[in-house]
Design a protein around this ligand. Sequence first.
Ligand SMILES: N[C@@H](CCC(=O)N[C@@H](CS)C(=O)NCC(=O)O)C(=O)O
Length: 194
Amino acid sequence: MKLFYHPGACSLAVHIALIEAGLPFELVSISRDKRTADGRDFLDLNPHGFVPTLELDDGNVLSEALANLVYIAERTGRLLPKEGPVRWHAIEAVSFMTTELHGGFKPLWKRAPEAEQTTAKQILTRRFAALAAQLGDKPFVTGVHITIADPYLYVMLRWARTHGIVVPKLLDAYYGRMHERPSVEKALTGEGLG
Ligand SMILES: N[C@@H](CCC(=O)N[C@@H](CS)C(=O)NCC(=O)O)C(=O)O
């Protein structure tokens, strides 16, 4: 299996999940002009041009972070219980983050006008505060075990730091714990961010 990625992008969540789940994979970077490091036009694989994208061993190409994460969990029986509230809440959390949180960063990445960036930061600050309240004293997003939601929240918090968004102390502590996980260290090193 191949994971197409940009260093530090949302694909980092899938990268961490692959390592946590113990699935073998090859990491393939994409250049700005959408060429893959293994010499192909990335748009032939994913016409939207987005990472993360997985190319499965049977040739299937699977895009969208949520689908990638659920695939990894289903393949390995890790990071997502087969049934019960933790499963649904983990999927709910990833869905919220891939849309409302990830989307909230767009004005910052695109260097939108100052006023737009300020509004984006205010919205993100409120969303992180709500996530902190949901996390409470749990070690992971949905409870005592790591799920597909945790690598994604780690990446969103990493972005928050990059953009100077102050998050509740609880999330800072959570970030610190995730950052220390061997899977995270390995993924960051793999992407040249170690
Ligand atoms: N809906 C996609 C969005 C993924 C996305 O926005 N990926 C960004 C990196 S974090 C990307 O590939 N950007 C490149 C581009 O916009 O051309 C998902 O959830 O996976």
